[in-house]
Design a protein around this ligand. Structure first.
Ligand SMILES: [Zn+2]
Ligand SMILES: [Zn+2]
Length: 279
């Protein structure tokens, strides 16, 4: 396995996963990982009125329950795998203060991932996001809103699944060309580079019938050209079967672009790890 750390995964502490934490850790060990970071969902002020299948509170996070189970697990597995305590924060333009307060109140976090799950108070996972808009305009709006949300709050270590929006909508990513949104996407990449925020390579879409990971290969090439070298890698597994999913494929693409390794985090400090030589 060329990548030995999965820095994006969920357990039952996330409202959309039922996976026991220990099962996720054991899956990581089976895949040969040496490090793994839980990044449980916290999406403050989620618009439940636009996601009727979700019970109110689904994307709240009980930090005390999460912390206490995590600590016990870290201790139990300390000789076998390095476990990190992370969170996936849902960004929205009006949440700057609330998210800052959350991060300050939780100084024991190892890793903070930022995500844009919402644009115009809608999740692209639901068809209503695309209703009444040309698909390109819907995508463009998502990228513009992503930058606005990042400007409002950016005390994050890595920015997750940057073109997540293309996993959904009519035709999914089959007719997506990142160059159609070059201006918006380059503005996001510049912002991340200027603030020292890493770019996440998220492999989940490869298991969901999409052509490419998030962000797509073209964006990764552009990021590299712009001087970007700092990436984190995550499967976004919500179940044990997906832990470290499609990492070999992702690593092949990343090496072809020029990347030589990836980052892991502990106490919000990064460590660079080279890709393993496959044997
Ligand atoms: Zn996410
Ligand atoms: Zn996630």
């Amino acid at each position: 396995m060329p990548v030995l750390a999965d820095f994006h995964l969920h357990s039952h502490h996330s409202g959309d996963s039922g996976a026991p934490m220990e099962a996720q850790v054991r899956a990581g060990l089976e895949r040969g990982l040496s490090a793994l970071c839980f990044t449980e969902h916290l999406d403050m002020d989620w618009p439940y009125e636009n996601t009727p299948d979700l019970a109110p509170g689904t994307f709240d996070l009980d930090m005390e329950a999460y912390r206490s189970e995590f600590r016990a697990l870290k201790e139990a597995f300390r000789d076998r795998i390095s476990l990190s305590f992370g969170v996936e924060l849902g960004l929205q333009p009006h949440l700057g203060e609330a998210l800052s307060a959350f991060v300050k109140a939780n100084p024991d976090l190892d890793f903070v991932l930022g995500s844009t799950h919402l644009s115009r108070r809608m999740d692209p996972y639901y068809p209503c996001f695309f209703e009444g808009l040309d698909k390109k305009e819907a995508l463009r709006t998502y990228f513009r809103d992503s930058l606005e949300s990042l400007r409002a709050f950016h005390d994050i270590d890595s920015y997750a699944h940057m073109d997540y929006v293309v996993r959904y909508g009519p035709g999914r990513d089959s007719d997506y060309r990142w160059e159609d949104f070059r201006e918006e996407i380059e503005a996001i990449l510049s912002f991340l580079l200027s603030r020292g925020i890493a770019l996440e390579v998220n492999t989940a879409a490869l298991g969901k019938g999409c052509r490419d990971m998030n962000p797509c290969r073209g964006i990764l090439e552009r990021y590299y050209e712009m001087g970007g070298r700092r990436i984190t890698i995550g499967s976004d597994a919500h179940a044990p079967g997906n832990v470290a999913g499609h990492f070999e494929e992702a690593c092949g693409s990343l090496k072809a672009v020029g990347f030589q390794g990836y980052l892991t985090f502990s106490g919000r400090k990064e460590t660079f790890r080279s890709f393993q030589i496959s044997t």
